[in-house]
Design a protein around this ligand. Structure first.
Ligand SMILES: NC(=O)c1ccno1
Length: 234
């Protein structure tokens, strides 16, 4: 999997060289390239923004640098196997299913907007050539797309075979299919008692059937309380 990041702050993506993602890069599972969008400017000030047509506050990212970056990185031939991800508060919610779908991609290009956003014609142009995903991390606004791109990258790449040491750990996570899309149950480790709080007895029983039942019940109760929207049968 090749990941490209178009941004005016490429240093944001230096962190992708550490921890599990760094190992995935070292192992050749993932190939990461961060690009300074100003590379594709031609004026003395390396300008990437301009005032919004129709007025309003703030600035809008000019289309030209993006178009020239696409030309250099992707060429002009349409290829729906290339996924262009635009993190934006106006996007559709980024969910585990999106991470799972994108974890099968060979090529993902993250377009990290700043200011009031990217000239919409960039998205229109990209949509004619590649598979475009305008995605939001949640109902809040960040200063740019970089932090959201990092979060989405981690959610996606950790699902790529060979990245996580123990793929079994994926099966019991929140939102996973094995968890019926529910929130993950509470987890415990040693010591059995800590500052007056004990590990639930069932988890110390060694009775796998009872433990599995308790965990299912905990997941449903937690989901009912915090995310009733995830309960499909209620
Ligand atoms: N909510 C988001 O994903 C976002 C991306 C950029 N600003 O906000």
């Amino acid at each position: 999997m090749r990941l490209d990041y178009l941004t005016i702050f490429p240093e944001f993506f230096d962190v992708l060289g550490i921890s599990l993602l760094g190992k995935a890069v070292d192992n050749g599972i993932v190939d990461i390239h961060a690009h300074d969008l100003r590379t594709w400017t031609h004026d003395r000030h390396r300008t990437v923004d301009d005032t919004p047509c129709g007025g309003g506050a703030g600035m809008v990212m000019k289309p030209d640098p993006w178009g020239e970056a696409f030309d250099d990185l992707l060429g002009a031939d349409p290829d729906p196997s290339v996924h262009v991800v635009i993190p934006t508060p106006s996007g559709t919610p980024f969910r585990q299913d999106d991470a799972a779908q994108l974890s099968h991609a060979d090529r993902i290009v993250f377009c990290c907007g700043r200011y009031e956003g990217i000239d919409h014609r960039v998205i229109d142009y990209a949509s004619e050539h590649w598979s475009v995903h305008e995605l939001s991390l949640g109902d809040y606004v960040l200063n740019g797309g970089e932090v959201a791109a990092l979060a989405m990258t981690e959610a996606i790449v950790r699902l790529v075979p060979g990245v996580l040491g123990n793929p079994e750990s994926l099966s019991e996570e929140s939102y996973s299919q094995d968890q019926e899309g529910l929130l993950e149950y509470p987890v415990y480790t040693r010591p059995a008692s800590w500052r007056g709080w004990d590990v639930p007895e069932v988890l110390m029983s060694g009775h796998h059937g009872h433990i599995a039942q308790w965990r299912r019940e905990q997941s449903r109760e937690l989901t009912r309380r915090r995310r009733p929207d995830l309960l499909t049968d209620e």
